[in-house]
Write a protein that binds this ligand. Structure first.
Ligand code: NDP
Length: 306
């Protein structure tokens, strides 16, 4: 039986691994289908302390992995498909390849994944002009006209990044005020390539085998209009990746893990959570890393009582 299994390989998972490995717990990290988490989909990280010139997201998380491995962490590129936390001693994790692993303690650090508009046309045109990752797909839109849905920091970041390629970027937001932070709003609103369509929801993504435009409905006047574009980047925030834990640990109404007593403890003894999957509020690489450290310390203290 493993002492500690960490599910997830973003800044929360690897920081937990660094702390746990240095405490001689020899943790096993199940890295999942998207090793490195969302940081690997972002371009430059400018707000992680210690990197005054910024650092590429992939490089940052890869450094964390190497640091964790240096102290004895093992990493497997495996997805967890089911969990059984019912026995007080051994927590059982079923992997995609059918194996069942057992651990005395588990840290859940599965992060959060992009939220979509939920339209059939959006689903049909995914990877044919509809994307949730400008870093991954922006380069396909060199000299093209693209739209970005959303009004938060993600939307501003996507829009700004897309200006490196696209001829024009139009942000479509359902209200008339942005949720994004002031610095991002200032950068986006002052950018000559970026314009805004306010009070508008996307009712349909239009196109045959690739995006040709979007159908918009004005939320104030009810007026319906067409906006032509070659690509749509959906940047509506993120959903916690916690479906596999539903009914096994306490989640809030949005699916975020509920933590107890201002710690990383879940409602199941020996199961801890860290990072975006348990954080509806901050969702930053640095806060995820910090909460990963807390979870490792909590797990170590739990294991020392067994
Ligand atoms: P947010 O939840 O902050 O923003 C989501 C945006 O999408 C909102 O403007 C929301 O509209 C809109 N939206 C949500 N659902 C729909 C829908 N169904 N139809 C239309 N619009 C919709 O998520 P973010 O990912 O932008 O940010 C999350 C956190 O991460 C924040 O704390 C942010 O500061 C941080 N972050 C920081 C970055 C940075 O500093 N570089 C980069 C990215 C994120 P409405 O406003 O009307 O609710």
């Amino acid at each position: 039986m493993e002492k500690l299994i960490i599910i997830g390989s973003g800044p929360a998972g690897f920081t937990a691994a660094i702390y746990a490995a240095r405490a001689n717990l020899a943790p096993l990290v199940l890295a999942g289908a998207l090793p490195g988490g969302l940081l690997t989909q972002t371009s430059e990280v400018e707000n992680f302390p210690g990197f005054p010139d910024g650092i590429n997201g992939f490089d940052l998380v890869w450094s964390m992995q190497q640091q964790a491995e240096k102290f004895g962490t093992r990493v497997e590129m495996e997805n967890v498909t089911a969990v059984d936390f019912s026995a007080p001693g051994a927590k059982k994790l079923t992997l995609e390849d059918g194996r069942i692993l057992e651990a005395q303690a588990v840290i859940i650090a599965t992060g959060a994944s992009p939220r979509w508009l939920g339209l059939d046309s959006e689903e049909r045109l995914k990877n044919h002009g509809v994307s949730a990752c400008a870093t991954c797909d922006g380069a396909f839109f060199k000299g093209k006209k693209v739209a970005v849905a959303g009004g938060g920091d993600s939307a501003m970041e996507e829009a700004l990044f897309l200006t490196n390629f696209a001829a024009s970027v139009t942000v479509i937001h359902r209200r008339d005020a942005l949720r994004a932070s002031k610095i991002m709003v200032d950068r986006a609103t002052h950018h000559p390539k970026i314009s805004f369509i306010w009070n508008s929801v996307i009712e349909e993504v239009v196109g045959g085998d690739h995006v040709e435009g979007v159908k918009l409905k004005n939320t104030v006047s009810g007026e319906v209009s067409d906006f032509s574009c070659d690509g749509l980047f959906v940047a509506l925030g993120h959903q916690p990746a916690t479906a596999v834990f539903k009914g096994k640990i306490e989640l809030d109404e949005h699916g975020f893990v509920t933590l107890k007593e201002q710690t990383s403890k879940t409602d199941v003894s020996g199961v801890f959570a860290a990072g975006d999957c348990a954080d509806p509020r901050y969702r930053q690489a640095i806060t995820a890393a910090g909460s990963g450290a807390r979870a490792a310390i909590d797990a170590e203290s739990y294991l020392s009582t067994l």
